[in-house]
Structure formats: structure tokens, C-alpha cells
Design a protein. Sequence first.
Length: 332
Amino acid sequence: LDNMIVDPSYDGAKLGNEMTLEFVEDMIERFKNGKKLARKYVFQIIITVMELVKKEPTMVEVDVEQGQEITVCGDTHGQYFDLMEIFRLAGKPSEKHMFLFNGDFVDRGSWSTEIALLLYAYKWLYPSKFFLNRGNHETDDMNRMYGFEGECRAKYNERVFKLFSESFSALPLATLIGKKYFVLHGGLFSDDNISLDDVRKLNRFKQRQPGQAGLMMEMLWTDPQTQPGRGPSKRGVGLQFGPDVTKRFCEKNNLEAIIRSHEVRMDGYEVEHDGKCITVFSAPHYCDSTGNKGAFIKIGPEYKLNFTQFDAVPHPDIKPMAYASNGLQGMI
Ligand SMILES: O=C(O)c1nn[nH]c1-c1ccccc1
Ligand SMILES: [Mn+2]
Ligand SMILES: [Mn+2]
Ligand SMILES: [Mn+2]
């Protein structure tokens, strides 16, 4: 990276060896005005955050101390201007105000590189207060089809996508808050005997992509259902799990509830399975079409769940999937 230079005409803040709040604030404004980051800084940010998250356990454990809070967000899917609305309403990340983004940061919305780079910059700035769970959209197959790869190529280059892809495969798969809330993108498992210890022990580096079976795939893909037991997934990947599965898992692991994302909810969130399964989705008016609200959850030292709903805000006239290819690139 040292031999990479930043064009002397570059009008943005300079990045040295440390992330600064000034650089992050400058990034936020640049992205709002449709500007990009110097490519050298993009590489620096992704590489630094990849090294940081590689050292994190597959399930990160966080407690909320007095005077602190954590805001849990669900899918943001490239909707940068709605992410700005989250920070306006919830407050921005800080040493006292922790955040957890629960996967699906990218794809669909056309400001996926802006969201990914901003979340990564905050991870660098507040490494022990800012948390990222992997979603099923932090994977190569989805990024090829749903816009992120195309957006990386269009705004930066293929190497930037490859680096993001490598960093996604290093992301933790779950976060345990106060030993009470098990937060992951998709949901629970085909096997009732899976415990938090099995998640802790899961070697997420053995396979870069979740594939069609196994613990990692299930954590990123499964959905709750109202009927007891387990059923087939509507997505063709994973399965659906009923209230009894959630109850058994929470009892076995002394949990209040699981918090997951992965599905749109018209109210932005939904409390299901007798309060043991909560879905939080943070992309309002999803794909400029669904008309849903977004939501986020604030959790303080008392570990009560505090839901906030919010509406989509105006954004520049760039459609969802503006950079998506037909996904056949490189196939023939
Ligand atoms: O793109 C989405 O809405 C999404 N979010 N999580 N999973 C998906 C998805 C999965 C399979 C096919 C299409 C979308
Ligand atoms: Mn999603
Ligand atoms: Mn998802
Ligand atoms: Mn929109």
C-alpha cells in the first residue's frame, strides 16, 4: 500500500495510520455528495478491519456497562441515506454508544460501498464498541447477483470487491449481548442440540462461503415460522424453525431471546415466538418498493429492549440494483 499514492488533487481528508473521527465525518459528507474515497484509503480500511475481525471469536460477547447503550440494527442493504437517518435518530457511534449491525449491509440498495466503508471505518475507530455480524448477503454468490460486486467494479475496481469478499468471510457470525440476547442474521438450527458453545467452537475460517448445508449456512439463512417444529425454507436454502425450537434453544442456553434480521417486517420489527424471537429490519421502504418502516433496538445496562421505528428519507435518484449485472459475468 505504501507505493500507492493519493492523487494530489484529492479534496478529501487525509488518512494516516490511525482512523480519526475527523476522517469519518469527512467520509460521511463525501458519500452524501456522491463522492468516493481515494482507492488507497479503501484498501487501508478493508485490510485493517479484516485483520481486526479475524481476531474476533465466531460469537462475540458484549456486556452493556452503566452509562453505556448498544443500538442493534438489522439489514441496511445499501440504503445509505436511511443509515444516516438511523444515526440522526439513534445518535452516532461512540465509546459509550455501541452499535451492532446484524448483517446484510450490502446488495439491493445502490450505496452499498458507502455503507460497507462507513461501517468498517467505525469498526476501525471503535474496535471494541462497534460490532458486525455476517449476513447471507456478505457472500460471493449474493454479491454477484444483487449488486455489490457490480457496484465495487463501477465505483472502484475488481480488487476492491475481492478484498471486501475476503473480509466478509472473516466476519463473526453472532454476538451475545449480556449473556441474554443471541444476535445473528438468520436464525436457529436443524439440530436441537446446538448450544452457544458449538457456535463459539465453530471454525468460520474453514470455509469462506456458507454453502448449502451446515451451521454457518443455517445461521445466515434460516427463518422463523409460526407452526411448531421445523419446516422447509421458502428460499430453497436452510429451513424454518417454530416457537418450540426457539423456546428449547433459549432454555438450554439461558437466553431471554434471539434477535435476528434477514426478513422484511412492515413495522420494521416483530416480536415472535412468545417474545423469544425478535426480527429487526433497518431498510425502510425496502428497494424503494415495499413501503415498510425500518427499526432499531436500543439495549441499556438493564437489558430491556427499546424499539424505535423510522421512515425512509429522500435520496438521490439512483434506483436499487443500479450496478447489478445479470450475474452471468464470467460464466461463459
Ligand atoms: O435480498 C434480500 O432481500 C435478502 N435478504 N436476505 N436474503 C435475501 C434473499 C435471499 C435469496 C434470494 C433473494 C433475496
Ligand atoms: Mn436482507
Ligand atoms: Mn439476509
Ligand atoms: Mn429508498
